[in-house]
Design a protein around this ligand. Structure first.
Ligand SMILES: Cc1ncc(COP(=O)(O)O)c(C=O)c1O
Length: 396
């Protein structure tokens, strides 16, 4: 039967019907009051989500990587030193991006699955100062949420700009652009906000603008000054033809996200994460990565002895149309991942866990069918009764 796939992967995440309808409605012309209103609404919401009062929010037609590339080319110059703490696939990508622009990249290296220790970053910076520290909040390859507040603190103390990839975390875990002293933070439409892929957003602090004015790396399509000039028109615009439909969908996605407010949305992510993790443990499987209580975006799971992790993600997809993510890099074949940020309901999670139980049993893994579903139901019921996770304490 040709049903839509059940996506439980770390982005793109499934989009709700309201978003589909909005992006399927007539195009708003990109020069004029309709698009101006759209841009004002979207950037206004993003200011709130980033918890950034005075920062500029630039909207770019691109996936998240374009926003990350813009961060490098707009504040740095050839030969500048940058520090990248490495703890997984996406922090390694930061390194490659910086290297490809001729920056001098210094690293602090961890085994995949570890949390970056701010003390290590502080000593590396004390040894040799750098112009910028490039951080990844949600290391999507391992599920680990890195301690951005503390890392930003030590970077600032050492006089470095703080540039954060929050592509797979903005909207799913706490983020405080102003409160934590962040200079540049890059997010994407297709992750926790559950809009379609195609828009990157970049928050830029006054310090970052200052660095921009003297930076000399080449840039054209992603030149922040051009974006800012068009954003400051009486009816804000994009310099180039934007992904108008995606933007219409993003506006609807933000509307939904804000229906209950940011705190409530974060709490929902915490509860869903706990339900997935308790469900997986109830199957007798082992979770991967440090700081599990804070890792609300992705759960990485070790495959049981004798079963290749890729076989699990292949089989659950062919048998049930359920998309999980395989392990990356050194975790390939050893780990598979469930993405659970975005607009998920309790039942989305429960059917995913049910599919996983049946898949594992078909692969010969001994388990009690229904155990994972029962454990997840328990978390949701406790949360509904007000005895589950409450508040969103614990910054990153
Ligand atoms: C942490 C992180 N950074 C960057 C990216 C790349 O984003 P995109 O594929 O939107 O360019 C991803 C995508 O999964 C990600 O998880």
């Amino acid at each position: 039967m040709n049903r839509p796939e059940i996506i439980l992967a770390p982005g793109p995440t499934p989009i709700p019907p309201e978003v589909s309808l909005a992006q399927g409605s007539p195009l708003v012309y990109h020069r004029g009051p309709g698009f101006g209103r759209l841009m004002r609404n979207v950037t206004g919401r993003l200011h709130e989500l980033y918890r950034a009062q005075d920062a500029s929010i630039l909207l770019m037609t691109s996936s998240g990587t374009g926003g990350l590339e813009s961060a490098v080319t707009n504040v740095l110059s050839p030969g500048d030193d940058v520090l990248v703490p490495l703890a997984g696939f996406f922090s390694e990508r930061w390194m490659k991006l910086a290297e490809s622009y001729g920056l001098k990249v210094r690293t602090v290296e961890y085994e995949w699955g570890r949390r970056v220790d701010p003390r290590d970053v502080a000593s590396a910076l004390a040894e040799q100062p750098v112009k910028a520290v490039l951080l990844t909040q949600s290391e999507t390859s391992t599920g680990v949420i890195q301690p951005i507040e503390e890392l930003a603190g030590v970077a600032r103390q050492a006089g470095a700009l703080v540039i954060v990839d929050c592509v797979s975390s903005l909207g799913a875990v706490p983020f405080e652009f102003d409160g934590w002293g962040i200079d540049v933070a890059v997010g994407g439409s297709q992750k926790a906000l559950s809009a379609s892929p195609g828009i990157a957003f970049v928050a830029v602090s006054e310090r970052a603008w200052e660095a921009h004015r003297s930076s000399t790396l080449p840039r054209f399509y992603f030149d922040w000054s051009t974006y800012q000039r068009f954003a400051e028109l009486p009816e804000p615009e994009n310099p180039w033809t934007p992904a108008i439909s995606v933007m219409q969908g993003l506006e609807a996605a933000l509307e939904l996200y804000f229906q209950d407010g940011v705190d409530e949305a974060l709490k929902r992510h915490q509860t869903v994460s706990r339900a997935v993790k308790d469900g997986v443990r109830a199957m007798g499987l082992e979770l991967f990565g440090e700081g599990l209580e804070r890792n609300w975006t992705v759960t990485a799971i070790r495959a049981p002895d004798g079963i290749d992790a890729d076989t699990i993600s292949d089989r659950i997809r062919s048998d049930f149309g359920c998309v999980l993510a395989p392990g990356q890099g050194p975790l390939k074949g050893r780990v598979f991942r469930i993405g659970h940020f975005g607009y998920f309901s309790e039942l989305d999670i429960i059917r995913g866990l049910a599919a996983l139980e049946m898949t594992l049993e078909r692969l010969g893994y001994p388990l009690q069918l229904g155990a994972a579903v029962g454990a997840a139901e328990g978390v949701f019921q406790a949360s509904n009764a007000g005895t589950g996770p409450s508040g969103v304490e614990g910054s990153s």
